[in-house]
Design a protein around this ligand. Structure first.
Ligand code: 13P
Length: 258
């Protein structure tokens, strides 16, 4: 089934409210006529609402970078899915490797956060991927299996079909060393096979599996043209309007597997 390529900018801990609004104001006119791609920006929580307002009426969606699994409560410093939704997000990135490594996210918390995202009406963008050590020990597929099994436990086939899964090999994030198109294709093919096995043909067919890790204007075409690569999650190269625009245009031009 044809899938609309999904390109998401993960701004991480960059951009103030003013910078985010300025970016969206410049970007929205440049992508106005692009309809072969779904475009999403993930600002920091502080800029979520302002970015969503600046994007209102455009073809740009907004994602939170994380959420807490409870709707509200005594959780100092946390933001719930309902809060992110109300601020203007329609997606939430969950289980990014930086959160797993630096902020103690686990497959179990990822599982709760995905359920909370659905409950809040947010589309989860769930991140999985192996470290360099794990890859060198030939454990990549085992790691992915564990992250899928535990992280997506209890989800229905319908939910899997509505999810975006980001395959982000940890060794490729922020290093300038992207996975080769063949490495990405192998990992994405494996993820798709497991989804088919564990959640059914329709869920696997509908779920968009996107690649993240040193995506740039000069490698997006090769990566996105691989079978089972349905788009990209872009860090560093999304911070600049021009370079992100090039990436989005390349994906809209039929680079992604459809
Ligand atoms: P870079 O594109 O900077 O490698 O970051 C990838 C990433 O972590 C996106 O979530």
């Amino acid at each position: 089934m044809p899938k609309l390529p999904f390109i998401c900018a993960n701004w991480k801990m960059y951009k103030t409210v003013g910078e985010a609004v300025q970016y969206v104001a410049a970007f929205r006119g440049l992508v106005r006529d692009l309809d072969g791609v779904e475009i999403v920006l993930a600002p920091a929580f502080t800029a979520l609402h302002a970015a969503a307002e600046a994007a209102r009426g455009s073809n740009i969606g907004i994602a939170a970078q994380d959420l807490h699994w409870e709707r509200e409560g005594a959780y100092t410093g946390e933001v719930s899915g309902a809060m992110a939704r109300e601020a203007g997000a329609s997606y939430a990135i969950i289980g990014h490797s930086e959160r797993r490594t630096l902020f103690a996210d686990t497959d179990a918390t990822v599982n709760r956060k995905i359920a909370a995202a659905f409950a809040a009406g947010l589309g989860p963008i769930a991140c999985i991927g192996e470290t360099l050590d794990q890859r060198e020990r030939q454990e990549t597929f085992d790691v992915l299996d564990r992250q899928i099994k535990l992280g997506f436990d209890g989800l229905t086939g319908d939910q899997i079909g509505r999810m975006v899964i980001a395959y982000e090999p940890v060794w490729a994030i922020g290093t300038g060393q992207n996975a080769t198109p063949a490495q990405a294709a192998a990992a994405h093919g494996h993820i798709r096979r497991r989804l088919r096995q564990w959640f059914g043909e329709e869920a696997a067919g509908r779920c968009r599996i996107i690649y993240g890790g040193s995506v740039k204007p000069d490698n997006i075409r090769d990566l996105a043209s691989q079978p089972d690569v349905d788009g990209a999650l872009v860090g560093g190269a999304s911070l600049d309007v021009r370079s992100f625009l090039e990436i989005v245009k390349a994906a809209a031009g039929g680079g992604a597997a459809i």
